[in-house]
Unconditional design. Structure first.
Length: 266
């Protein structure tokens, strides 16, 4: 299945894409958010600051949330699922693509287990967490991660990279690594687990999974989730109705625009 074909099938109405950088998913017109205004010395394809665990949108205001190769960069994926649940309307869609470790430089690393992700949620872990630095830097297939490095360069560059991440987390700066590693089963397992855990306020129906996606570069897993409908709550409807009076709805009043990029406000 091609990326545009899948996205246009599931992503309709008003939505957001998180962390698109220079490669937005084709065929849709979301509000783009990113936790970086610039990345790798280039501007990101985003109008507003927002990250997987903290989105600048009103409660129950979006029809879909899209992320592609973002969840693995999130230290707290369960918290991200809860945030996406918060901003979605009843029966809203999550459309996410996550790299399948079997087809990436993460192949040698251990798959992240559900209990670890639940613990990260309960401990409110964020992207300053140093837990996975050694596993990431020394666990990836370096010949794929940095194919131009000679063996001697690889050792030196790995050590330098690991030290830079350690220093960043000591300063409480966020780091941008693959915190977690997924296969299709390990991506589905936490979704099933949160559905059964009263400590976690989100519930999902799994609408579709594609183990090798997209056809153009089949190194990812596509999972489409639908927010489970809850009983009608008048207070929430009233709250959302009031928020619609804000001229930039579904954006919150506190939404932070990136410099010179807010021309397409809703």
């Amino acid at each position: 299945m091609k990326s545009q074909e899948a996205a246009t099938r599931w992503c309709r109405g008003i939505g957001t894409e998180i962390g698109a950088f220079k490669y937005p998913i084709p065929g849709i017109k979301p509000i783009y958010v990113d936790k970086f205004e610039d990345y790798a010395n280039e501007p990101t394809n985003a109008e507003y600051f927002g990250e997987a665990t903290d989105l600048p949108f009103a409660e129950e205001s979006l029809d879909y949330v899209v992320s592609s190769h973002v969840l693995e960069h999130t230290a707290n994926p369960v918290k991200a699922l809860c945030e996406w649940h918060r901003v979605l309307k009843r029966k809203g869609i999550v459309y996410m693509v996550v790299p399948n470790k079997q087809f990436t430089f993460d192949c040698p690393r251990e798959t992240t287990v559900v209990d670890h992700m639940i613990d990260d949620y309960l401990n409110n872990v964020d992207d300053t967490d140093p837990t996975h630095i050694e596993d990431f830097v020394y666990g990836v297939d370096w010949s794929e991660f940095a194919p131009s490095d000679t063996p001697d360069e690889a050792k030196e560059n790995r050590d330098e990279l690991a030290q830079s991440y350690r220093l960043a987390t000591e300063r409480k700066d966020i780091i941008n690594i693959h915190f977690h590693v997924f296969t299709q089963d390990s991506l589905i397992d936490p979704i099933k687990s949160v559905n059964q855990d009263d400590r976690i306020p989100c519930r999902w129906t799994i609408e579709a999974t594609v183990p090798r996606f997209p056809d153009e570069t089949p190194n990812g897993i596509l999972v489409v989730l639908r927010k489970k409908a809850h009983k009608f709550r008048f207070s929430l409807f009233k709250q959302t109705k009031n928020k619609r009076r804000h001229p930039n709805f579904p954006l919150l009043k506190s939404a932070r625009a990136f410099t010179q990029r807010s021309a397409n406000q809703i």
